[in-house]
Design a protein around this ligand. Sequence first.
Ligand SMILES: Cc1ncc(COP(=O)(O)O)c(C=O)c1O
Length: 336
Amino acid sequence: MNIDWNNLGFEYMDTKCHVKYTYKDGQWNDGELVEDPHLNLHIGATSLHYGQACFEGLKAFKGKDGQVRIFRPDENAKRMITSARRTLMAEVPEELFVEAVKRAVTENADYIPPYESGGALYIRPLLIGSGPRIGIQPADEYTFIVLVIPVGNYYKGGLKPVDAVIIDGYDRCAPGGTGDVKVAGNYAASLEPGKIAKDKGFPINLYLDAREHKYIDEFGTSNFIAIQGEKYITPDSRTVLPSITNKSLMTIAEDMGMTVERRAVEFSEVSNFEAVGACGTAVVLTPVDKIYHGESVTEIGDGTVHPKLMELYNQMTSIQRGNAEDKHNWCVTVNA
Ligand SMILES: Cc1ncc(COP(=O)(O)O)c(C=O)c1O
């Protein structure tokens, strides 16, 4: 094992093992540790044909005190249950999910980046229909996997603002679709607009509501938040993935004395905001300086990182890394 902890990105790499559980005859087995990163999958598996597949993303952090903290795994467990229900997959009970995550982290303790590197162990739980069907029906066998990957600190030199773009002609999801759950198909549909945005030089793209293209939904892989005075504003929409980072930042914002407004947010309001951010597990918070849409450009703020975004980011990462009091009991510590 030879890992350059200070130069890790966000790329797949093999670790020691993953944990794998199987659901058969109406129940989950006790799970096993598997070293081979390949899966022996039935050619008729519903995940391959009909998209019975969902996943989660969360992180474990090594603290200065040597403790390993997993950030809010119970929330990811609950969200995976909503994804399973929407796609008629076997649900992974919350206790089993959290146990599986702890097992994967403990077994791969050597892959958790050291505190000083600023990195983390990214945890990827995956639930797929592994039983065969040819008619369009749910499978009767499911596989639940938790794999882990060491990842780097995206913000070594401080928060880096980005410009975002709206790609016309592409919606993230339909009004009654699957936008509020984390199913694989959502991401297949996002690949093409994501590539168009990147080819134009934008690291992230923003989606408006599919019905009217008037309200803000979210960015490709992160929620939209805005700051206006003492207000933390975020869209309340049925077609947005309920981000655990956003949920946590809302609590932190209230702890900071801010008022949280969850409401429909019109795109036309953006120019009034003091700051806009994209939030998610991968980087916590990315300030957004400008949003391009067709020929128009909406500028936000004064080109510096808004102090409230900075404080939200600092509070969140301090809790995750064990440098601030975890007063809401978000972190689950493991002996690793
Ligand atoms: C579409 C989408 N929105 C938002 C998020 C952020 O969610 P979280 O904060 O739980 O990582 C993600 C990433 O998981 C995502 O894929």
